[in-house]
Write a protein that binds this ligand. Structure first.
Ligand SMILES: [Zn+2]
Length: 351
């Protein structure tokens, strides 16, 4: 039977019977429980979190109406009308909040009503967004502007919504320079002179050009914005793209980008010491990782190429000393010498 009719009947009985109050109260409660508007409001209050004054007022009003319906049977029809308006309002507010949260861009409106069961997913999503912003800011712009961003591990839902929409996304959007795409090439400078004659040089090209130049290569993605020509790394092939990328070389990746905020980021590679120089710098990412240890890093492509050159040269010096080869031309040496005597003879020019 229609719950409104039942409520009406119970109220009628209540007025005309005595001594059965308890039974009637129970019947009344059951009938309220069957009423779809009452149930809807009660479910919404249980299933949602309510934030800020707007959300809390919706919750308070809803709770007051549920109590009033229980306590004021005589006025139940008016109260049920108000209950319907209340749950429609909450549902409307929840839908508006969901639309905002599902939007790709930043928003400034407060999130006032959210379904409890979705909150863990939203928390994860907000953390991922903040981490991706931190990562991209490091790639595009370095770490300077990351210093004013913070992410509290224990922050609640509204704090995270605020941080992502009013701090992280705007900081990313403030970057107004397109990061440069760059290409590092391994070059032979001529013979075995010049400490092995191998160096790395950097050039800046539009990314589309780099894509064309590297399209047929066996490529390893070292980070989302940094690529290696695997064949060149394995064989030492020269004058082909060795590695290339966009912006700074940054690790960890987008998912763990919040580690970049902890003030431990490694930005300037120190010159590698002897223990590192025992092997040639084949994988440039590995070179940085060896020096950075467990720290996250953000290294400019210019610092990367300087590191690779230093490493290459250090390795060559080490190799020549180890094998008793001339420092200048790489030829085997007579014992007790560091270089061929011929390199020190001066040719006199007659006038
Ligand atoms: Zn020599």
């Amino acid at each position: 039977m229609n719950s409104l009719k039942v409520l009406y009947l119970i109220n009628l009985l209540r007025n005309e019977t005595s001594g059965k109050e308890k039974i009637l109260a129970q019947l009344y409660e059951n009938a309220l429980d069957d009423n779809p508007d009452f149930r809807e409001l009660r479910a919404l209050l249980e299933e949602n979190e309510f934030y800020f004054e707007t959300g809390k007022a919706l919750h308070r009003n809803g709770q007051n109406l549920l109590n009033a319906a229980m306590e004021q049977p005589a006025d139940v029809f008016n109260i049920l009308r108000a209950i319907r308006q209340a749950h429609e309002k909450i549902r409307h507010e929840a839908q508006a909040c969901k639309r905002l949260l599902d939007e790709p861009g930043a928003f400034v409106e407060p999130i006032t009503v959210v379904e409890k069961k979705h909150i863990p997913n939203y928390l994860k999503m907000l953390e991922t967004l903040a981490a991706s912003c931190a990562y991209l800011i490091a790639v595009y712009d370095g770490t300077q502007n990351l210093k004013r961003l913070t992410w509290a591990e224990r922050a609640g839902f509204t704090e995270r919504v605020h941080a992502v929409n009013l701090v992280f996304l705007p900081a990313l959007c403030q970057i107004n320079q397109i990061p440069r795409a760059w290409l590092i090439t391994r070059k032979e400078l001529g013979g075995k002179n010049l400490l092995g004659g191998t160096c790395f040089s950097i050039s800046y090209l539009p990314y589309n050009h780099i894509k064309v130049l590297t399209s047929g290569l066996r490529t390893e993605r070292l980070t989302p914005h940094f690529f290696l020509n695997m064949r060149a790394a394995e064989t030492g092939e020269s004058d082909v793209p060795y590695c290339w990328g966009v912006g700074n070389v940054v690790s960890p990746g987008p998912n763990d980008g919040l580690r970049l905020l902890q003030g431990q980021t490694f930005t300037k590679p120190p010159m590698p010491t002897r223990e590192y120089l025992l092997k040639a710098p084949t994988n440039p990412l590995r070179c940085i990782m060896d020096l950075a240890g467990q720290r996250p890093f953000c290294v400019s492509p210019e610092d990367l190429v300087a590191l690779m050159n230093y490493w290459q040269m250090g390795y060559e010096i080490h190799r020549r000393r180890q094998n008793r080869l001339c420092m200048f031309c790489g030829k085997p040496l007579p014992s007790g010498r560091m270089a061929c005597p011929s390199h020190f003879s001066i040719e006199r020019v007659r006038r």
